[in-house]
Design a protein around this ligand. Structure first.
Ligand code: NDP
Length: 400
């Protein structure tokens, strides 16, 4: 029996679990293991009557390697799909190494106390994964994830060399709250309040947070303000795509979101430095997370669409060429299908597909790899089949 263990049972995991259950031919069994077992049980109760996939649940503290090893040993999955938080990446990779189990995640490791994410910690596992004969697939969400698959596909089918990539992540959705984040607030706020950066001629160029702004007219959404952010796939794509001169990442934000964020920053609520409050230590950002709307509850209220993709500029047969690959996803359609908004959907579907690539043996290379290092074709086909169809534009409007 082909089995997948999913760690975490939040917004993204819920979508991935729905998708595994729609895909019982590959996912004959799944175990949902998370910190709060009642969430896993509730999802099992909802989904088991609708699917042939045999669902089991367990409580696990994914910060504890021994607990993870014991659980993996007892369930014996073909792959572990890590949909907990980036802080758990290394403990879960350690447990996969000890049990010789393949590993997939959607976000790179970030130490709890430094708000700095990069691949060096996970790339350091390469040799050990190779020796153990197991694959770690890093970053199988949308961005990172589909953006890397899009890049590999463009490289394989459209270009001889790619010189410029602009990744544009547009969320045109409206949840009706003055301020809420679409995925885990702590991770989201750490990401957007950090300095921006991009890679030019092999070097990182740093900017102040939200310093670089552009306006872009997104198909299916309309005109939006977007801001240059640091994003993890820049680091791997700059290494893995031939001929790169510059790679940037832009995300759209509404004025209300930015005004609230600035105010929260100014009063110290986004800080990750612990403070004493009534005799106990609290981290302001973690407290803020507790009072903000849970992203998992935004589904019913969010309307509008997302449009995420990559604009490539490079050369084919000696001529300059531009090419835009993107996906448009509708918040309400996602909610009707799996009970979640499009931000969780666009991450959870590729997470399921990444696990499927490993379980079916379509992707099988012992070691630690970013997603663009695999053949993009079966993944691109699966995106169309499992709810994230992509579109192409051969004359895109460029970002200056
Ligand atoms: P949520 O906060 O909704 O869910 C996280 C889940 O992990 C919760 O169920 C939580 O348990 C569980 N968890 C946290 N710590 C532990 C632990 N120590 N042991 C076991 N379980 C734990 O987050 P999201 O679903 O929004 O995000 C999940 C991941 O997806 C994150 O890593 C995020 O960075 C990534 N992501 C990637 C994107 C991409 O495009 N690549 C886009 C969006 C997100 P509990 O229920 O008890 O809190």
């Amino acid at each position: 029996m082909k089995k997948c263990m999913i760690i975490g049972c939040g917004g993204v995991a819920s979508v991935a679990i729905h998708k595994c259950c729609q895909n019982s031919e590959v996912f004959e069994g799944i175990m949902i293991a998370s910190r709060t077992k009642s969430k896993c049980d509730a999802l099992k109760e909802k989904l088991q009557p609708t699917t042939k996939t045999v669902i089991e649940t367990a409580q696990v503290n994914a910060d504890n390697v021994d607990e993870l090893i014991a659980l993996i040993d007892s369930y014996k999955p073909d792959v572990v799909l890590n949909l907990a938080l980036p802080y758990q990446d290394l403990t879960i990779m350690d447990a996969c190494l000890a049990t010789k189990t393949h590993y997939v995640d959607t976000a790179n490791y970030e130490p709890l106390d430094t708000a700095k994410f990069e691949y060096k910690w996970q790339w350091a596992y390469r040799e050990r994964f190779e020796k153990a004969g197991i694959t770690a697939l890093l970053g199988s969400g949308f961005d990172p994830g589909v953006t890397g698959v899009f890049s590999a596909y463009a490289m394989k089918h459209q270009f001889d060399e790619i010189n410029y990539i602009d990744i544009l992540d547009c969320n045109g959705g409206d949840h009706g709250y003055p301020f809420a984040t679409n995925f885990n607030p702590e991770i989201n706020i750490r990401e957007v309040s950090a300095k921006g950066s991009y890679i030019e001629d092999g070097k990182w160029v740093e900017t102040e947070p939200m310093e670089i702004k552009r306006v872009y007219n997104f198909k299916g959404v309309g005109e939006k303000d977007m801001y240059l952010l640091h994003h993890e796939e820049l680091e791997s794509l700059a290494l893995n795509i031939k001929g790169i001169k510059r790679i940037r990442f832009f995300m759209t934000f509404g004025q209300s979101y930015l005004t609230h964020l600035k105010c929260l920053e100014n009063v110290g609520m986004t800080s990750i430095e612990p403070i004493m409050y009534e005799g106990r230590e609290i981290v302001p950002l973690q407290f803020l997370k507790a009072v903000l709307p849970d992203p998992a509850t935004l589904g019913p209220r969010t309307v509008g669409k997302t449009n995420i993709g990559c604009i490539f500029r490079g050369k084919k047969d000696g001529k300059d060429k531009n090419y835009y690959l993107y996906n448009i996803c509708d918040h309400q359609e996602c909610y009707k299908e799996v009970g979640s908004q499009a931000v969780s959907y666009t991450t959870g579907v590729p997470a399921m597909i990444g696990a499927m690539m490993i379980m079916t043996g379509k992707w099988n290379k012992p070691g630690v790899y970013n997603i663009e290092e695999f053949d993009p074709d079966p993944f691109m086909e699966a995106l169309n089949k499992w709810g994230l169809p992509w579109e192409e534009d051969f004359e895109p409007v460029l970002v200056d």
